[in-house]
Design a protein around this ligand. Structure first.
Ligand SMILES: [Zn+2]
Length: 317
């Protein structure tokens, strides 16, 4: 550690000791608060203990595309270089990825903001024609605080997606309120890393159960291949070798395969749509297929399968 760093660490320790002395707070209260929060979350999140995959299947693998084309960042008027990355996802990346999934006959779920239906309708029609699923990812990639605006955003997003899908939208990746999601016919969400198997999540009042299909950041392409990720400093940038990521993802898959489980890969077309990354994904899928019993459903197909034996309404009662 350099002298400056040592001095900085000492100054930080002194400042935090000073703050504790001023507030008179010991560790007891924060720990009690953490304990209470953990108990509340445990009560809201109930595992599905007897979850069974269809006959002959050892693992369910969801490939999920967050087809947001960096919408929020483009709305935030970030520099043109950032906006161009999102545009690449909408004009090029999504087409490449879908071509690859079609070549492998793997159906995927596209979590799509409503506004993308206006920006890239051709890509969405192409996805639907190939049998992929469209699911909600907020109207413009944000959940408004005002409840009436939030409700308007969700119903507009669902209507826009249903118009293209030609069928009901049943899933979301968002922090919309569970009651609002259920009112709009949404039965599953894929918006947590709280655990690694599908589970039922209740709202704070113990109502409005929804099936959660958890993802993990270790299986999120943006964690490996991101430059300029949401205001991160230069030291946090990473553009990893695709072969290294292949090995990490294969190990994650294999661990769940051995234990009979679930994985949910979170891919962004503006990130994974680059040629060498699409190739890496294709190699990964081809290697998964060498093992027996690997199931590649869309999130909606998996949710349907789970909910035939674990009805949410029964869960509420
Ligand atoms: Zn997103």
């Amino acid at each position: 550690m350099s002298r400056t760093a040592t001095a900085e660490a000492a100054a930080r320790a002194e400042a935090s000791a000073g703050a504790a002395a001023r507030t008179g707070r010991s560790a007891e209260r924060p720990l009690a608060e953490l304990g209470a929060a953990a108990a509340r979350q445990a009560a809201r999140r109930r595992p599905i203990r007897d979850l069974k995959l269809p006959e002959g299947r050892k693992i369910a693998v969801n490939f999920t595309l967050d087809f947001d084309a960096m919408l929020l960042r483009r709305l935030l008027e970030e520099p043109w270089g950032q906006k161009a990355k999102g545009e690449f996802g909408g004009r090029v990346g999504i087409w490449r990825i879908l071509d690859m999934f079609d070549a492998e006959d793997v159906k995927v779920t596209l979590f799509t903001p409503g506004r993308i239906c206006e920006l890239y309708p051709d890509a969405l029609h192409r996805a639907v024609a190939a049998g992929h699923e469209l699911a909600d990812h907020m109207w413009q990639h944000e959940v408004p605080e005002d409840p009436a605006t939030e409700a308007a955003h969700l119903s507009r997003a669902v209507a826009a997606l249903e118009a293209i899908a030609g069928s009901k939208i049943t899933g979301t990746r968002s922090s919309h309120s569970p009651a609002l999601l259920r009112e709009n016919g949404i039965v599953y969400n894929s918006f947590t890393s709280a655990t690694y198997r599908p589970f039922v999540e209740y709202d704070a009042q113990g109502a409005n159960p929804i099936l959660q299909l958890p993802f993990h950041y270790a299986l999120d392409d943006a964690m490996y291949f991101s430059f300029g990720w949401l205001d991160t400093p230069n030291a946090a940038q990473r553009i990893m070798d695709v072969d290294e990521v292949f090995e990490i993802w294969w190990a994650a898959f294999e661990q769940q395969y051995r234990t009979g489980g679930y994985v949910n890969f979170l891919l962004h077309p503006f990130v994974s749509g680059h040629a060498m990354r699409v190739d890496m994904l294709q190699r990964l899928i081809q290697r998964m297929k060498t093992l027996p019993g690997v199931w590649f459903p869309t999130c909606a197909t998996l949710a349907d399968h789970i909910l035939t034996t674990h009805s949410l309404d029964a869960a509420e009662a």
